[in-house]
Design a protein around this ligand. Sequence first.
Ligand code: ATP
Length: 286
Amino acid sequence: MTDEIDYEIDAEDLPKRMERRELGSPSVIVDDVHITYRVFGARRGGTTSSKTSLINRAINAGRPDTGPITEVHAVRGVSFVARHGESIGILGTNGSGKSTLLRAIAGVLPPSKGRVFTSAEPALLGVNAALLPKLTGERNITVGGLALGLSAKEVRERTSSVADFAELGDFLYLPMSSYSSGMGSRLRFAISTMQTPDILMIDEALATGDSSFRKKSTERIEEIRDSAGTVFFVSHSLGSVRAMCSRVLWIEKGKLVADGDVDEVCDAYHDFVAGRSNASAGASLR
Ligand SMILES: Nc1ncnc2c1ncn2[C@@H]1O[C@H](COP(=O)(O)OP(=O)(O)OP(=O)(O)O)[C@@H](O)[C@H]1O
């Protein structure tokens, strides 16, 4: 499908490419990681056989019936090593396992098999980053800053610069539920980077930013790389990945199909998506 690549960002809107840097020691080691979701109550394709469901029924007698269980094998044996100073783009078509992999690296989802080692606790910045819609922007900055391990004094000192970065204006004192999606994602980015994280993981969070915010956030990502941090960046925008990343991982159906040079992997991914979309257009004409 063509909408899997975001063509809406103009090339001139994008910041200039990030400079190459000397790479440091490993910051993240992902070793043959598999992640399987178990979905309860699915109606079709459940993994329970009639024999096991009989046993389950006997064991669960008297408990509420959750129905059969379907397993979704979202990540299948992914391995790579990330180093300090790298900015790594993660590409893949819808449902290929990008967000799942990111959440496993962040420690939010335990792998069902394999291991993840990180040199520090990663800061996961995603569309679902835990900000509380009923609280004002100001309170969210306080809660987010404390959750990142800053002291109350540090949070107070940094609140106005976070609000300025997120361009909230007077909305700072209004509940987040009144924010536009762009404001929300700017605030998420500003909070997640109020302390320079060793490992920053960004999941589509810049998609709603305008070009000036993209420029500012790219500069902030550069600063994080300068301080020898590692940045992971999940995006459907090939332009942003080309501009912001020094390496690209491409995941398809849960498997790592390419890991390497930004232009080589982006070009191959582009051709793959274009080929799929041509094939489906051909199929619909028949
Ligand atoms: N909580 C969940 N429970 C069950 N299955 C899930 C869950 N989250 C994701 N999945 C499934 O795991 C697979 C990978 O999903 P994931 O969100 O990681 O893909 P993605 O590459 O980030 O997709 P997208 O680009 O559409 O955001 C998909 O088949 C999805 O349906």
